[in-house]
Ligand binder design. Structure first.
Ligand code: NAP
Length: 282
């Protein structure tokens, strides 16, 4: 896997570079020339290439960063010297030249406009009402960030906007990128999942099984770490699902209820392979 990280020298950017190299990805890291020193620690890492320019909107630097990559992660920010809308426009041009179609953008919890099917929580609406006027007193432009998210939606590319509430240092995993609204609204409700290990590894009397959750929403699936299952007469599913290998977990046998739906042997093998990748075995 080869990725570009645009705006690689900030808090999110350096965490992403570190994580990508840990997974043995090749990384084209683009940052402002003035900030190159912040990435000096990665200088000799295998697969790491540093690209610098006076601004990350520089057309040549963007094309170089995007050439031959599977995906780009873009740290979006709108400040006086760097408008998110200008970066998205420059990326659209450079992405077309470099044939890069997959883009993941960072945004704050309220700095991206909601998608038409998304209901904003009361907390988000209150935050917007309070922070919008306050941000006018800072170098950050909420309006430009939100305009950039509208721009992203209109472009013909495979995009995701990650709305992370907080970047937290948390040993021993190092950091967490926000909660991403991952907490279930109804914690006790049963959710769809696929059992990927029960009696193969464990004795019949062992109380737990290993499973991965199933999600209908493609935005919850990391495409390289999820297996899609479409409804067929054979598998008994009524909807398309993504089996989220990166959310592998265990649970008590007592908490699960069997359904008639099934996955194929090939899908099971693929989910197990992706779990291996997700936990760093490949
Ligand atoms: N950190 C969090 O807890 C958090 C929480 C929620 C959402 N987010 C979102 O994540 C994104 C990045 O956050 P972050 O904490 O990683 O931000 P950051 O460390 O402040 O840096 C973000 C990027 O902005 C660039 N930048 C900052 N000031 C600049 C300027 N004056 N001119 C040009 N470039 C400038 C930085 O480049 P240089 O390194 O070259 O300065 C860096 O690439 C934002 O979209 C933010 O809304 C972050």
């Amino acid at each position: 896997m080869k990725i570009a990280i645009i705006g690689a020298a900030g808090k999110t950017g350096t965490a992403l570079v570190q994580e990508a190299l840990k997974r043995a990805y090749q990384v084209n890291a683009l940052c402002r020339s003035a900030s190159a020193g912040k990435l000096a620690g990665f200088g000799n890492a295998p697969g790491f290439e540093l690209i610098t320019a006076p601004s990350v909107t520089d057309a040549g630097a963007l094309q170089q960063a995007l050439s031959d990559v599977d995906a780009a992660i873009v740290v979006l920010i709108a400040v006086r010297d760097l408008k998110a809308t200008a970066l998205v426009a420059a990326l659209a041009r450079a992405g077309a030249e470099a044939a890069c179609r997959r883009f993941v953008f960072t945004a704050g919890e309220i700095t991206a406009v909601p998608s038409p099917d998304e209901r904003q929580s009361l907390q988000q609406r209150l935050m917007l009402a309070v922070f919008a006027p306050l941000m006018r007193l800072t170098p950050y432009s909420l309006r430009d960030m939100r305009d950039a998210s509208r721009q992203i939606r209109q472009l013909d590319w495979d995009w995701t906007i990650i709305r992370a509430p907080t970047l937290i240092d948390a040993a021993p995993t190092g950091y967490r990128l926000g909660a991403l609204d991952a907490l279930p609204k109804e914690p006790n409700k049963r959710r769809s999942a696929v059992v990927i290990e029960d009696s193969g590894l464990f004795d019949e009397t062992y109380p737990n099984i290993i499973l991965v959750p199933l999600a209908e929403d493609p935005h919850l699936a990391i495409s390289d770490l999820a297996v899609q299952s479409l409804p067929t007469p054979e598998n008994g599913c009524t909807k398309a699902y993504f089996a989220l290998a990166h959310h592998v977990t265990t649970t008590s046998k007592q908490r699960i209820a069997s359904t008639p739906s099934r996955i194929t042997d090939a899908q099971l093998i693929e989910i197990r392979r992706l779990i291996g990748i997700a936990i760093g075995l490949e």
